[in-house]
Write a protein that binds this ligand. Sequence first.
Ligand SMILES: [Zn+2]
Length: 413
Amino acid sequence: MRILILFFIIISLPSCKKKLKVIPISSFENIVKLEEALGYERTCEDPLNYAPDEYTETRTIRVNVHFLNDLEGRANFSLAEGKEYFGKMLRNSNKRLGENQKMNLPVGNDTPVLDPSFRYKIVGISKEDDGFYSHRDSVHYYFMNKGRKKNNYSKAVTKKYAINDDKILNIFSISHPQDSLESKTYKAFGTGIALGNSLKISGIYSNRTTKPWGFATLMNHEIGHVLGLAHAWTRYDGCDDTPVHPNCWDKNSPPPCDGTHSNNVMDYNNQQMAYSPCQLGKIHKGFNTIGARTRGLIFEDWCKPISDEQIIISDHLEWKGHRDLRKDIIIKAGGILHIHCRLSLAADRKIIVEEGGQLHIHQYAKLHNSCGDKWGGIEIHSRKDTEDQLFIYGNAKIEDLTESSSIQSKVKL
Ligand SMILES: [Zn+2]
């Protein structure tokens, strides 16, 4: 059965003072100009299609910090000390996110260096609450990687104390056990583990003479796990731009190390300062995928429209991967925008296709508003037929338009 779709498009003539006209585009076939070539997996599923670009806004992740202490208060910072130490640490973690480094490996690589485009913000759940918490708990106050008391993978402590963990990344500072610390052979190293939207980080208090920035990259590593990243030295991390390697600590590491070492955040090394485009793509894929666990952790800034700035498109652009944007999009003469996946525009924001510009809405695309509001629709600015400006493919969806939006669609079977 042939599906006919009639599109009524208001044509506005910004330079002329003519009235707006509604011109029907005669049939679905008339606006399909190209064969669809890419499948959903190669577009909306591929993490590389989410690597930050000039249209990606920085996302802010809500975090809080819990200090687990024993009943005597010997095992961790006081709340005031902890606030100061972890406040400084997270500020330094954020600073390092702003200083993403070129990948060391593979040797001779030309892997791009992108802005990670995410940061952390410590939040409480009320005005009186600053997002730092102290708990005295004889059962859950310690963290152990091995042996009889091994509890590193246990979620007992996060289940007991996590606050709003669908919205806030809960960080648990937990010490090594008190009796282990008293042993001269025990190494109370900094370590951590990610458990859903919570993470446990250990060895900070035992090494509190280390400056807070000394643990900032451990924090970024553990939060990287929460955001969906695997260890990068294996072949199973889902990223081709993070090569397999023997995980050497620095240039002086013994064989099989040969003087080269990784500087990736998700490897073990003395730098942990590089995120690859694929890793950042994986993180932002979570942020941009409705229903993804990590999308809940970020502030929904995209729901606040920006009216005094526009996204100007004046050359050929392919938007693969989902996006949430909050400015008008203006496609200038010569500009061609292909939308392949979900695109949310904030309340009343529009896509304007100026004369000589083209908008292609592909078969897996959905244009909508992800905030429960209405967006402003598509305007085609042209003095002639619009057939060469708007192209809609397959089952592309256009939803959440205001009553007066510039594009309306009717489906006839
Ligand atoms: Zn790890």
